[in-house]
Design a protein around this ligand. Structure first.
Ligand code: SF4
Length: 425
């Protein structure tokens, strides 16, 4: 182990702070694996260098990273900015000397060399590369995240992601399968496929997400596959045929973003209301829990449009929701639109959607409380907690140590905040 000194100061302890999505969790794991000459520590306090793997999807994500960075500066830490914020805000923060270094997505594999630098560095990299590093272990996690692609070719009005992660490109199939085989050999049974727009997997290589899933499913040790967010238009017949497979989590997250036809057009979405509704009903009929993303308060969401959207929304069998209030991002189409929605109004609308989905979720859990297959992830107070096959949390009371174990719950009690179960042996 080498110790690097700057102005007489040892700088060999690194803390990786991750903001944002599953893709970022994965990217942090790539960074960790490449930190050969540094000691990875568990908190800012213990660290000499803090690498901020940032998110830039909303204004509030930007300001969280900014205020976190100011806090670190006050504590005298060396701050290095990575992640999506490195592309959108990196140059400004670097010029303002708020950060010691900046590196973009394509430079993650060089983190070890970059962090040794005695002088400030700005390395945004490119938006075409794919990760070379294969992650073989996810310390402290019971499930493994696999990044199968990077970037997005959609052009949604409000979204900055394509300009910070680049166009859609698929990871080589052989690499993905090798990585999963190694992780399964290390004891991982649940695999979460992530990326910027995973449903576009294979479009550039003549494959598809359905083909990839089938190949992953036959790897020895793979017990459950969970998918990140899919776009409705990407769900084709080949994918629908997989819904009977026991290895596919009985929960899909399909991003609607809105349920007014007029708003979907304005948001430059590729999905359409009636097709979405038919798709959700079909998948729910097969016993699936369904999650979605929804943006409230996008410019042009008038009261009339909102009421129509709300009425439509109630028709969807949605059990899990990621709702966001619209956040203006410079450089997007929506940033130029004038008819903005008052922030308080948008929050109230979002609350309504959340209430509907939390009622749906409770009703769903009451009807799906038997035979729950739970991968226990952590301890929380008196409970051991994990997710079942419908992506609902289960709180288990047991004298046994169940962490990282798969357990079958014959029958759970559905309460408003989650499912509860007791396991005596
Ligand atoms: S599909 Fe739309 S919202 Fe999702 S990353 Fe691509 S542009 Fe952004």
């Amino acid at each position: 182990m080498c110790n690097y000194r700057t102005q007489g100061r040892q700088v060999n302890r690194v803390y990786l702070k991750t903001f944002g999505c599953r893709t970022n969790i994965y990217d942090s794991q790539i960074m960790a694996q490449n930190l050969k000459d540094f000691v990875l520590v568990g908190s800012e306090e213990e660290a000499d260098i803090v690498v901020v793997n940032s998110c830039t999807v909303t204004n509030s994500a930007d300001s969280s990273a900014r205020s976190y960075i100011s806090g670190l500066q006050k504590k005298g830490k060396r701050v290095v900015l990575a992640g999506c914020g490195a592309i959108s805000k990196g140059e400004t923060l670097f010029k303002e000397e708020k950060v010691f270094g900046v590196f973009g997505h394509s430079e993650k594999g060089n983190i070890n060399t970059l962090l040794k630098s005695e002088t400030p560095f700005f390395a945004p990299g490119d938006l075409e590369s794919l990760d070379e590093t294969i992650v073989e272990d996810f310390s402290s996690r019971s499930k493994a995240f696999i990044k199968i692609q990077e970037g997005c070719d959609f052009n949604c009005s409000y979204c900055i992601i394509p300009s910070v992660r680049g166009r859609a490109r698929s990871q080589e199939e052989r690499k993905i399968l090798d990585q999963i085989a190694r992780l399964a050999g290390n004891g991982y049974g649940e695999f979460v496929l992530t990326g910027t727009n995973i449903g576009s997997y294979g479009k550039d290589t003549g494959s598809s997400i359905a083909t990839l899933l089938k190949r992953i499913s036959v790897i020895r040790g793979v017990r459950r596959i969970r998918l990140g967010s899919l776009e409705p238009v990407q769900i084709d017949d080949a994918f629908m045929e997989l819904l009977e497979e026991p290895w596919l989590e009985k929960h899909l997250h399909i991003a609607l973003q809105h349920t007014s036809e007029a708003m979907l057009i304005r948001m430059r979405r590729r999905n359409a209301l009636q097709r979405d509704l038919a798709l959700f009903e079909k998948i729910a009929d097969k016993g699936f829990a369904l999650g979605t993303d929804f943006i409230v308060g996008h410019p042009g969401e008038s009261e009339t449009i909102w009421q129509e959207a709300l009425e439509n929304f109630r028709l969807f069998p949605i059990t899990h929701l990621h709702a966001f209030t619209y956040s203006r991002r410079e450089g997007t189409h929506a940033a130029m639109m004038k008819e903005s929605v008052n922030g308080r109004v948008a929050k109230a609308r979002m609350k309504l959607l959340e209430t509907i989905v939390s009622e749906n979720n409770f009703a769903f859990r009451k009807g799906h409380a038997r035979g729950l297959e739970v991968l226990v992830e952590e301890r929380k107070g008196a409970y051991q907690v994990g997710y079942d096959q419908y992506y609902n949390r289960v709180f288990i009371t047991s004298p046994l140590d169940l962490e990282k174990e798969w357990v079958t719950i014959p029958e759970a009690e559905a309460r408003t905040e989650g499912n509860y179960a007791t396991m005596a042996q």
